[in-house]
Design a protein around this ligand. Structure first.
Ligand SMILES: C[S@@+](CC[C@H](N)C(=O)[O-])C[C@H]1O[C@@H](n2cnc3c(N)ncnc32)[C@H](O)[C@@H]1O
Length: 190
């Protein structure tokens, strides 16, 4: 795994050569390690010259990793705090950060890849600020209209939810942490 660190008294996450400040109210990518695990997985793929949209960018970690590998990235989040936080963290990159619900900020655009680490908390209380009950259903129905390929992270112990909401996905990797295992799922638009 690539180096990262999280100090309990700090809201910073360091990944590779960048420090991401995590503002109050913004999802912390080291929570369940999901953001940093997914970032580590994405970092091992080829991204040069690919046009990518990251939906739900939080502090911008995944978008930063993709942009550092040569992707052209639009990063979105419904949360104003997250969009501001990501924009500040990625100010020295080419990432374009937009605030808005799901695919609204990219209406009329088309990408090679849509990347998402969705809000989820199956069987546990989810902090209201991260909850978006119909996010998965809408993403399952709408993503093929905006991208050729989908790369999704989701806890493996709850992955059956993805079938139930209508995704047709291939499970390509399992990323282990001290908490829940994180699955990486792919789909190609037909
Ligand atoms: C699990 S966090 C992932 C954050 C970041 N990508 C990471 O991996 O650390 C999910 C993100 O999705 C955002 N989100 C929730 N509902 C959304 C929606 N309807 N449209 C866009 N983003 C949404 C949340 O604000 C949060 O930042």
């Amino acid at each position: 795994m690539r180096p990262f660190s999280q100090r309990s008294a700090s809201a910073n996450v360091c990944f590779e050569n960048r420090t991401y400040s995590v503002a109050r109210g913004v999802f912390h990518p080291a929570a369940h390690l999901s953001g940093v695990l997914f970032a580590t997985h994405l970092a091992d793929r080829e991204w040069a010259n690919r046009r990518v949209v990251e939906v739900g960018t939080g502090c911008g970690l995944l978008a930063g990793v993709l942009a550092d590998r040569g992707a052209s990235v639009v990063a979105t989040d419904v949360s104003t705090a997250a969009a501001r936080c990501a924009a500040a963290n990625l100010a020295d990159t080419s990432v374009e950060v937009r605030q808005g619900d799901l695919l609204d900020p990219i209406a009329g655009e088309y990408f090679d890849v849509l990347v998402a680490n969705p809000p989820y908390e199956i069987g546990r209380a989810l902090r209201p600020r991260y909850r978006s009950p119909d996010y998965l259903e809408r993403l399952a129905a709408q993503w093929p209209s905006v991208a050729d390929e989908l790369v999704l992270a989701f806890p493996t112990d709850s992955a059956e939810v993805l079938d139930h909401v209508g995704f047709d996905l291939t499970h390509v990797a399992t990323l282990s942490s001290t908490g829940r295992d994180l699955g990486v799922f792919h789909a190609k638009a037909s």
